[in-house]
Write a new protein. Sequence first.
Length: 73
Amino acid sequence: MTSEDVRSELERVPFLPIRLHLVSGKTIDVPASGTAWMLQNFVIVFQNPRIHSRYNMLALRNIERIEQVPEEP
């Protein structure tokens, strides 16, 4: 996965929730704008959008694909 692939999804207007599928089989949801940030070769996904102390740091090479997921009502 390239940084531009991920960046385009994170900067989409309006934002659509996405699910990152990792090569390990694990998935990480990005439910709202501002809950994930791009670094040069990593994506940081915050577990709680109000408190940025808990997060997952994902190497781009470990992201297999991106899926758009429906918003929760």
